[in-house]
Design a protein around this ligand. Structure first.
Ligand SMILES: Cc1cc2nc3c(=O)[nH]c(=O)nc-3n(C[C@H](O)[C@H](O)[C@H](O)COP(=O)(O)OP(=O)(O)OC[C@H]3O[C@@H](n4cnc5c(N)ncnc54)[C@H](O)[C@@H]3O)c2cc1C
Length: 481
């Protein structure tokens, strides 16, 4: 089997015995029946079904030269012109399903692992077996169409000290014992979005660099989520039973969990890097995984911005505020964000080059800007919904109200210039869910932080970017004048 259908994903989800805790209770065997997970599980199944839909299967899949089977497009190793566009079309279609509100569509981490496995020689430099392990893991995930979650960050106990200097040396997940058959890991990591995955990958952070003292914390490995001792402690659910009341959080609360390793054995064939701070620091850049992940993220951001452009334009039209200049200016800013994100993606593809591992890699300069700029722009897009929606965001009868004796009043008093009451209410409930609800707040926090601390990401951009030609120009000007 190379491509999973939605029902196969749901079957596997229920079959895997994983330890997920939410609201003080361990989730029972049928996670797909749990109110916190049933909506998102169906959404993920719908994404998998796109791969087997005859109308779009060509776009979502390719025939893998390794297995000869139809395989998810996000596993495609881009090698020739056109491959990045094929990947982009697949990413966009999956992103459009949730209007970009799902961060953990499978393509995000599939892109990561695709790039890492292509750079297997990088891992082999730390030990020949590590190169073989990452290749085998990629083949396993690709050929079984598995879904991954990941965790990169140590617990936020005392950020003024590295993991090794915290009061409890086993606060952050680290190696506690080395055995012939693998290593035992104890401690915690935060956060792993989407614990309803099949596998968890535990990698170093993209921006936080380790020193020599962090040896026991510098590791990269992958495990099935059902591995003994692995525990996921979920945050409060933001999922709601009524799609009318909460159109987005009903289906797209992907959950975030703290991951606890209670003396978890990582088998030796699942280890990719061990006690190697230098390689841990270099990992994401040296493999170009960060570039392919940024490509996926920028396409998803475009989809999300398209959604907001549609939403804001609809609000303006519905309540008759289109003609006001500040309204036009605010919506024009969203158009600018959208076209900027699209342009950065296209530019990165048009200057793509084969990297040293033989993978056609988008130009990172553009994508590095994309991943830095969107966390700064997204909060203002959300704010615009609040500015234009105003009290309309608080005049929101629920599904229950709509079926009650006050319905006649609602039909009479909730009308808008260009919509009947129900249509207007549906539009504004959608707006509230993305701009005001807990789901909307979590989305903003996600966009700000999920790819790393924006401050340190900007610092990384500053240090990485070649500013010398521009400084030289200034020097020349100073001498010419
Ligand atoms: C909704 C959501 C989902 C996420 N999903 C995942 C996931 O699936 N997998 C995963 O691995 N991670 C995930 N993350 C975590 C994400 O990687 C981190 O939020 C991010 O790397 C920042 O780390 P932190 O949250 O620990 O913030 P901290 O590092 O604790 O920073 C807190 C504040 O202190 C400042 N600060 C701290 N240290 C420094 C420093 N040395 N220099 C300058 N400023 C500093 C920061 O700028 C920030 O303002 C998720 C986060 C969110 C919010």
């Amino acid at each position: 089997m190379a491509v999973r259908s939605g029902s196969e994903y749901l079957r596997d989800l229920d079959r895997t015995k994983r330890e997920i805790w939410i609201g003080g209770r361990r989730v029972g065997q049928r996670i797909t029946d749990h109110p916190a997970f049933s909506g998102i599980a169906k959404s993920m199944a719908a994404l998998y079904d796109m791969q087997t839909d005859p109308g779009i299967a060509e776009e979502m899949t390719f025939i893998s030269p390794e297995s000869g089977e139809r395989t998810g497009m996000s596993f495609l190793r881009p090698r020739r012109k056109g491959d990045l566009e094929r990947r982009r079309r697949m990413i966009k279609r999956w992103a459009d399903y949730s209007s970009g509100f799902l961060g953990r569509t499978p393509d995000y981490l599939n892109s990561d692992i695709m790039a890492m496995a292509s750079a297997w020689k990088f891992f082999a430099q730390g030990g020949r077996e590590y190169g073989e392990n990452i290749k085998a893991f990629f083949a396993h995930v690709r050929d079984n169409d598995l879904l991954m979650t990941h965790t990169l960050i140590n617990p936020q106990a005392n950020r003024s000290l590295p993991a090794s200097s915290q009061d409890d040396p086993f606060l952050a997940a680290r190696i506690v014992e080395k055995r012939r058959d693998g290593v035992v890991v104890r401690g915690a990591r935060m956060l792993a979005t989407f614990p309803m995955a099949d596998e968890i990958i535990v990698f170093p952070s993209t921006v936080i660099k380790s020193g020599k003292e962090d040896m026991p914390y510098a590791m990269a490995f992958a495990l099935p989520v059902g591995t003994k001792g692995l525990k996921f402690l979920c945050r409060e659910s933001l999922s709601h039973p009524s799609r009318f009341d909460h159109p987005m959080s009903h289906s797209f609360d992907e959950q975030d969990a703290v991951v606890i390793f209670d003396d978890v054995l990582v088998p030796k064939e699942r280890i990719f890097l061990l006690e190697d701070p230098e390689r841990a620091n270099a990992l994401h850049e040296a493999t170009d995984a960060v570039v392919h992940m940024s490509h996926q993220v920028a396409v998803r951001d475009s989809s999300k911005t398209e959604f907001f452009l549609g939403l804001l334009s609809s609000i303006a039209e519905t309540i008759g505020i289109e003609q006001f200049q500040h309204v036009q200016e605010k919506i024009a800013k969203v158009i600018m964000v959208l076209e900027t994100m699209r342009s950065l993606v296209i530019a990165s593809e048009s200057e793509a080059r084969l990297n040293r591992w033989g993978v056609l890699t988008p130009e990172f300069r553009y994508l590095n800007v994309a991943r830095n700029i969107y966390p700064r722009l997204y909060p203002s897009i959300r704010e615009t919904v609040q500015q234009l929606g105003a009290s309309g965001l608080m005049s929101l009868p629920t599904e229950g109200d709509m079926q009650s004796d006050v319905r006649d009043y609602i039909d009479r008093y909730y009308v808008a210039r260009n919509a009947g009451a129900e249509e207007r209410i549906r539009l504004f409930r959608l707006a509230w869910d993305v701009a005001g609800s807990s789901f909307g707040s979590r989305q903003e926090l996600y966009e700000r932080f999920f790819f790393g601390d924006p401050v340190r990401m900007a610092g990384a951009l500053y240090n990485w970017y070649d500013k010398e030609p521009y400084k030289q120009r200034i020097r020349e000007m100073l001498h010419e004048w």
